[in-house]
Design a protein around this ligand. Structure first.
Ligand code: FES
Ligand SMILES: [Fe+2]
Length: 464
């Protein structure tokens, strides 16, 4: 039993587990120094309150103190690459129109007509002027008035009164962030020096979103987020990953509001570590994530875990080069292979490195705190100088649709894993509402990112 091995005095993890740092030290290339850094501490063991997931009043507090105060990712720059391109970002009953007003200028406005409040943009399009479908008021791309039919009929209003209402908008790594709070600190301060420094290792400015799927999931948005911010659930939800996923050994770090995890892959879970050979890890990984036709003569042979990681990383370098034309020869095995998940507070988890640069984004489903919109996107790097196609648009899945049944080739190897996650998320809200459950009992080590996140939310809404 794994629990018998855990020394309660060791708040990090049992010393017998191989740490991610150990694998980083055996890398065949230099690993970014920040991946060795530790920024974590004991957050205690108390049972957490559950009100944040079931209370409409708590949701209203979140709307006021969180969603209307934080920087949040509205889109990628390459969602709106041409002047006049615009896209709507909807959250908690608010809608923002993000628009490219000049080749290198992106602005954001409340997506609402200043005449009688009609929503201006439904999803996304390209326009010369912004116009309202109701009485045809129109604005220039910079939000100033362009034309108002029968302007004489509104004598009490200046053009400034009738201009679109701007929303704070700043960019980082080709993510377009918005903030409803005019007095918010600049985005770079919000992200903080550590996040900015770490991400210099993995520039995303010249990356294209290759897929973007969304689904309404019947649980609170924070519960869905937590499902992607801890590795503990591998043993219950993704047991097929245990031979090549060092789940309990993952590293968790805090950076202000934000968090990070680093999960070593190509090495076994401590749950089955003693009975798993390096070849077993490699075989299980490749069986799950590569087409059988790719290895007509069988999988490469390895005899140590660092060797297994090096071989897998090299295969990924090769396939990424084939897919994107980008040379990743200098990138470490860890950056090619491991799951390096940064949570940009409050609602985005973006994987660093190059293994699978996915982005998860979570928001309440409108103002329903018992369901949420979960999106998953992936970025592919582009060679310098190559012109990128526009980002892939959002494709919404039906409530009961399975990722594994979709025709998109991108889902071929991860569809089943995502379906496993959704299955768990479909159950959690129902069970959590029970009178027989008083609140989440989080793992001291493996769920500390979740506890850290909840502490930040509680502080913001004034409950903690
Ligand atoms: S509501 Fe927009 S022009 Fe009348
Ligand atoms: Fe999962």
């Amino acid at each position: 039993m794994i629990a018998d091995k855990i020394d309660p005095a060791d708040m990090r993890k049992p010393a017998s587990f191989t740490s991610p740092e150990t694998y980083l030290k055996t890398d065949t290339r230099p690993v970014p120094q920040h991946m060795f850094e530790e920024s974590t501490w004991d957050l205690g063991n108390e049972v957490m309150p559950k009100e944040g997931y079931i209370s409409g009043e708590y949701h209203q507090l979140e709307v006021k103190h969180l969603w209307k105060k934080v920087w949040q990712v509205a889109c990628r720059e390459n969602d709106i690459p041409e002047v006049g391109d615009r896209i709507a970002y909807d959250v908690v009953g608010q809608s923002v129109m993000v628009i490219r007003t000049a080749p290198d200028t992106v602005r954001a406005f409340h997506n609402t007509c200043q005449h009688r409040g009609t929503r201006l943009l439904e999803k996304c399009d390209n326009v010369k002027h912004i116009s309202c479908p109701f009485h045809n008021w129109s604005w220039n791309l910079d939000g100033s008035v362009h034309n108002i039919p029968a302007r004489w009929d509104f004598p009490g209003a200046s053009d400034a009164d009738l201009a679109l209402r701007e929303v704070r908008c700043e960019r980082w790594n080709a993510f377009v962030f918005i903030n409803f709070d005019k007095d918010a600190q600049p985005l770079e301060n919000y992200l903080g020096p550590d996040i900015l420094r770490h991400w210099r290792s993995w520039p995303r400015a010249h990356s294209r979103k290759t897929y973007h799927f969304g689904m309404i999931v019947p649980c609170n948005w924070k519960l869905a987020l937590h499902g992607f911010n801890e590795i503990y659930h591998t043993v219950g939800v993704h047991p097929q990953g245990l031979p090549f996923t060092a789940d309990c050994s993952a590293k968790y770090d805090f950076y202000g509001l934000h968090t990070r995890f680093i999960l070593s892959l190509g090495v076994p879970s401590p749950f089955i570590g003693e009975t798993t050979e390096p070849q077993d890890s490699l075989d299980a990984f490749l069986s799950q994530y590569s087409p059988p036709e790719a290895f007509p003569n069988g999988f490469p042979q390895v005899s140590t875990f660092p060797q297994a990681r090096a071989v897998l990383a090299d295969l990924l370098r090769g396939s990424l080069r084939q897919m994107t034309g980008v040379d990743l020869t200098q990138k470490s095995d860890a950056e090619m292979l491991d799951a390096i998940g940064y949570m940009f507070f409050p609602n985005v988890i973006h994987w660093g490195g190059y293994a699978l640069p996915v982005i998860h984004r979570f928001r309440p489903n409108g103002n329903d705190h018992r369901s949420c919109l979960w999106e998953i996107m992936a970025l592919a790097p582009y060679p310098e100088g190559a012109k990128m196609e526009r980002d892939a648009p959002l494709v919404m899945l039906e409530a009961n649709e399975r990722f594994a049944s979709r025709p998109e080739p991108e889902l071929r190897f991860i569809g089943e894993v995502l379906d496993q996650d959704v299955h768990a998320l479909r159950l959690i809200q129902q069970g959590l509402e029970s009178d027989g459950f008083s609140g989440p009992r989080l793992g001291n080590y493996q769920e500390r990112n979740v506890r850290h996140f909840e502490r930040q939310v509680a502080k913001l809404v004034g409950e903690g």
